[in-house]
Design a protein. Sequence first.
Length: 330
Amino acid sequence: MHKGWFVAVPLLLFGVVASLFIGVIDVSPAALFSADRTMSVMATSRIPRTVAIILTGSSMAVAGLIMQMIVANRFVEPMTAGSGSSAALGVLLVTFFMPAASIFTKMLIACLVALAGTAGFLMLVRRLPTHQPLLVPLVGIAYGGVIGAVVTFIGYQTDLLQYIEVWFNGEFSGILQGRYELLWLAGVLTLLAYFVADQFAILGLGKNVSINLGLNYQQIVRLGLFIVSLITAMTVVTVGMIPFVGLVVPNIISRWLGDNLRQTLPVTALMGACLVLASDLIGRLVRYPFEIPVGTIFGIVGAVIFLWILYMPATTKQGSNSDKREASKC
């Protein structure tokens, strides 16, 4: 078993237990066997919330990893490169023009707009000089900021500013049974990404190398864009934007365990779930009984980790290059 599992799994189990029993309504393990109200709280709120956190954290971490492979740059992720803002724009448009639309319709429109926004970012990145990798995240932040400004302007003109705040600051306080099931599809897409992990690893070597190795470059890029856009859209529609998850988690795992995606992708998903779960627990406890949105907590923590990643030299495993060579043979 990969050594990353021995760290991620216990952390996740501890976080799950804490998430089930921390909240405004006092729930103790002993009360589970004696009170119907306690079981109702568990089934209606605590369990759906915990599952939603795990699905969101794991899927967003994997989506960030895929986007980094597509762009061949370790400093990008969907929420800071325009995909999240584009999904919010899609939800805003469908809310304004089709207010009675179902949640599936909103997700579909958000996915299409997020796909267009991600493709636009990819076209911008391809025009940047390859010897200046830090330009990519700067362009992504500016690109996402422009789209976010458009969303804010439309929201201001249509008196929907308070409504769009839900999408720009992710939180799980509103997650109840019947309002999170869309995220199970994100979990399915995360599993799909694992089965094509070798192709994504080759994709991260660059366009020319990928084509020379026999990879159908355009097909894998389209698949990656589809997975990233759909996961981003479902996350924004259900819980809102949580920045830096897809940025810091893949970088931490890459520096710790190397770049063999077949081995590191499951650990990336688990660590993403652990960090989002920890941020949610912090948000519940800091101003108890009130809550701080998890997007705020992770935004602060993620920004600090991102600065550390920029300033600290890469110290990945010595086996990273061999891992890449193994992936290139698949």
